[in-house]
Design a binder for this molecule. Structure first.
Ligand code: NCD
Length: 305
């Protein structure tokens, strides 16, 4: 039985096959409408979510399956003190696969040790978010027709942004990616990612504070929100929250084929007036997220169309 706890649980070949399957689903959706007939996914969300939870649910429904679950820890037995390991042993009696989001780093990993069914990490604290990464990779591939040889700038809260951590991890296994990290001093990428992922693989990277200085070099710009819920004090959040605001006036020096990404939700960091720019790809990421999750569910349940 396979789980998806971090993106490196999948080989590069497996990721590439998921992308091919997602593209097949995009063009031949109807062929997949009964693949999961009679199957159930449980979405166990101990933290807020709009896109991730609903895209898992939409994905399962489009594959012909059913959905059970909860969208807040308040309405599960976690509120009575139940441990996640007991929760998944229970839910595994009802569902064929589980997507779990949890504020504690490592909770989905712990759950996977006890679960009778595949566990998908739908975000664990400030740690990882592998299915957002799959959505991001599908988006980059569809925009650029490749997953190698480009310059990507990650901008914003690189310390707590779990989507950033997982995407760096994924891209570090593709060839010739140039990483630029744009953040205030306090929100720099964690040392363990630099050491265990980038330096270990001999990959170079640049860290800067000003987006303007590097924007013209980028093929992909990955904006992120400052993760308020992970801060220890509100004053720091207020000081840092508007560190970067992408506006049309800043984009005139960017490449014509720049791909502007954001995992969403956005707060202030991309002005709504950027949305009509053809380079804005963040709502495409949302759409791609559903298709790649359909592909992932099929893979973990070992189903074919
Ligand atoms: C992200 C998350 O939950 O980490 N959202 C998402 O799943 N698309 C990003 C965020 O919350 O900032």
């Amino acid at each position: 039985m396979r789980h998806l706890i971090e993106i490196t649980d999948l080989t590069v070949e497996e990721i590439n096959r998921l992308i091919t399957l997602a593209e097949n689903i995009i063009t031949n959706g109807r062929r997949f409408s009964e693949v999961c007939k009679g199957k159930k996914i449980a979405t166990l969300f101990f933290e807020p979510s709009t896109r991730t939870r609903l895209s898992f649910e939409a994905a399962m429904i489009e594959l012909g399956g059913y959905v059970i679950g909860f969208s807040s820890s308040d309405c599960s037995s976690a509120a009575k003190g139940e441990m996640v390991t007991d929760t998944v042993r229970t839910v595994g009696c009802y569902a064929d696969i589980i997507a779990m989001r949890h504020p504690k780093e490592g909770a989905p990993l712990a759950a996977s040790k006890y679960s009778p069914v595949p566990i998908i990490n739908a975000g664990d604290g400030g740690h990882n978010h592998p299915t957002q990464t799959l959505a991001d990779l599908l988006t980059i591939y569809r925009e650029k027709s490749r997953l190698d040889s480009f310059t990507i700038g990650f901008c914003g809260d690189l310390m707590f942004g779990r989507t950033v951590h997982s995407l760096i991890n994924a891209l570090s296994r593709y060839e010739n990616i140039n990483f630029i990290f744009i953040s205030p001093e306090e929100l720099k990428i964690p040392a363990y990612i630099k050491d265990d992922t980038l330096k270990k693989r001999g990959l170079g990277f640049k860290e800067v504070e000003r987006l303007e200085d590097v924007l013209p070099d980028l093929d992909v710009l990955y904006m992120t929100r400052v993760q308020r819920e992970r801060f220890f004090n509100e004053a720091d959040y207020i000081r840092l929250k508007d560190s970067y605001i992408l506006e049309p006036s800043k984009l005139y020096r960017a490449k014509k084929d720049l791909c502007i990404m954001h995992p969403l939700p956005r707060v202030n960091e991309i002005s709504h007036s950027v949305d009509n720019d053809p380079r804005a790809c963040y709502f495409k990421q949302v759409q791609n997220g559903k298709y790649i999750r359909m592909a992932l569910i099929m893979k973990l349940l070992e189903l074919e169309a």
